[in-house]
Design a binder for this molecule. Structure first.
Ligand code: GRF
Length: 206
């Protein structure tokens, strides 16, 4: 790992936070030159908040209600992230679409993980979409966030086979195993300055 100041991450969550946990574990094992400056949830009951607190990470709850629209919500979100000095925003099961306000505040510095091989099956229920379609392989995609839904430049992907008799739950569990490997790796590459975005293409430097 290269030296230098650890990169400040802001992790946005809404639910269980297993991807957050995978990133915490990799940082604590010394595998990523980063620190999680804050975990922000729009859901006060998210288990991810408990995970963060257990590791002494500052948490903030930023609920949906009370904002005129998505831009107003996002402007307040940007302020919280800036207050914590965040350099890379990591969406880890954050169940909101970001507006241009967030995307332009952190250009090529917001990552998301999606449980399918984009551009196949964007949006909600990606695992069910894959099963319904009958694909033999699905997987996960880490990508930068642009103003579309799951359309930004692709950083890393991992392929997962679809087995006969798979249910949404069994396929999701197999995909999550790969998510927990792939997402920390993408964050590591970013923090090492090894990612260049050239239009739609992401180049990984050796
Ligand atoms: C993951 O399946 C991810 O692909 C999707 O949301 C889920 C989050 O799971 N974006 P967790 O909260 O990290 O366990």
């Amino acid at each position: 790992m290269t030296g230098g100041q650890p990169i400040a991450l802001g992790v946005l969550v809404s639910g269980s936070g297993s991807n957050l946990q995978a990133i915490i574990d990799r940082i604590e094992a010394g595998g990523i030159n980063a620190r999680i400056a804050c975990v922000i949830s729009n859901n006060p009951d998210a288990f991810a908040l408990t995970r963060a607190a257990e590791h002494g990470i500052p948490v903030a709850i930023h609920e949906n209600r009370g904002f005129a629209d998505r831009r107003a919500y996002d402007a307040a979100l940007v302020a919280i992230l800036r207050d914590h000095g965040v350099e890379l925003v990591v969406l880890a099961g954050f169940m909101r679409i970001l507006s241009e306000t967030m995307v332009t505040a952190f250009p090529n510095a917001i990552m998301n993980i999606h449980p399918a091989l984009l551009p196949a099956f964007p949006g909600l229920n990606a695992q069910k979409q894959a099963l319904d379609y009958g694909v033999r392989f699905s997987g996960c995609t880490v990508h930068f966030v642009d103003c579309g839904t799951d359309t930004g430049p692709i950083i890393l992907q991992a392929v997962v086979p679809v087995e006969q008799g798979d249910t949404e739950e069994s396929l999701s569990a197999r995909i999550q195993q790969e998510e927990h490997r792939t997402y920390p790796e993408a964050v590591r590459l970013f923090c090492q300055g090894k990612i260049r975005v050239e239009g739609r293409h992401v180049r990984i430097l050796s």
